[in-house]
Design a protein around this ligand. Sequence first.
Ligand SMILES: Cc1ncc(COP(=O)(O)O)c(C=O)c1O
Length: 350
Amino acid sequence: MNFASDNTARIAAPILAALERANCGPAPAYGNDPLTAALEQRFSALFEREVAVFLVATGTAANALALAHLSPPWGAVFCHERAHIATDECGAPEFFGDGLKLVGLPGQDGKLAPAALSAALASGRGPPHAVRPALLSLTQATECGTVYTLAEIAALTDIARRARMAVHMDGARFANAVAALGCSPADITWRAGVDVLAFGATKGGALGAEAIVFFDPERARDMDMRRMRAGQLLSKHRFAAAQFDAFLADDLWLDLARHANGAARRLAAGLTAAGLAPLWPVEANEVFVRVPSGLDARLKAAGALYYAWPEALDADSPARPDSSVIRLVSSFTTTDEEVDNFIQLIRMPG
Ligand SMILES: Cc1ncc(COP(=O)(O)O)c(C=O)c1O
């Protein structure tokens, strides 16, 4: 019963097999290998246009370097107040962005509210006193396990466009969002106004590979320098490319994400039936639920693994002394049995 994180999962077998296949003989280093060239073509086909792609080792690096590339040091990056870039990246966006400013905004269910964005844009003192609006950052799927619809993305990017801001998408769980929406990756990104996507494979089944995808290759100029300067250009790049290639081949990324999303839905249904309705709609692979302290202790004693979620202690879910909010994350490895055992534990008389 491991619901600690999708990062705790093993490497998906087809990705491991691709690494094994790539592990023969020498190949040019630093991304000059044939696998990387083929992967670039695959990305362009997937997004139905020519894109510029830069692989890095972590989602934090993908986000921080993408934001730094599209914002000046005096730029404001508007994001949800729970956004991973604002709460969990140890200041990496500000560090790589030479001091750019993250501005956290409210919004229900982990989704940035258009009215909050408009209000923030209207309230600035203007240059040179206030930082200049440079970027809107959206997380898809969100940190609350919800998914922005196409219309919601378009409404927000429209505001950004009118304010001459670029749009970044943190897609550490992009696969889960696309699987949930059943739309094309193009529709939910550049066709909806997104300029750069941090596309994660690690949580979805890779060993460690994330892609920074620019939908206008012109805007990626000198990104190769920025990535190298940040120490994120892998010398044995073919192995990063091999991971992503296998992830995208034959829609593996979507199959794995559908499995993870299905497990989260099963968890949510079981919890709801047991009288513990999730805090936010379960649309991807994360479930947040408030549990009484006694039950929390019993679940842990039985070996269930998950994290308490301190960030949920706010207006959406005010703190209570006798209970806590926990986060349950499913992955491509989560089994029905694991979910059912967990629910059975919950239903057992305390
Ligand atoms: C929404 C989101 N973005 C970015 C990241 C960063 O990924 P990494 O841990 O690979 O730096 C995470 C990881 O938990 C995440 O949940």
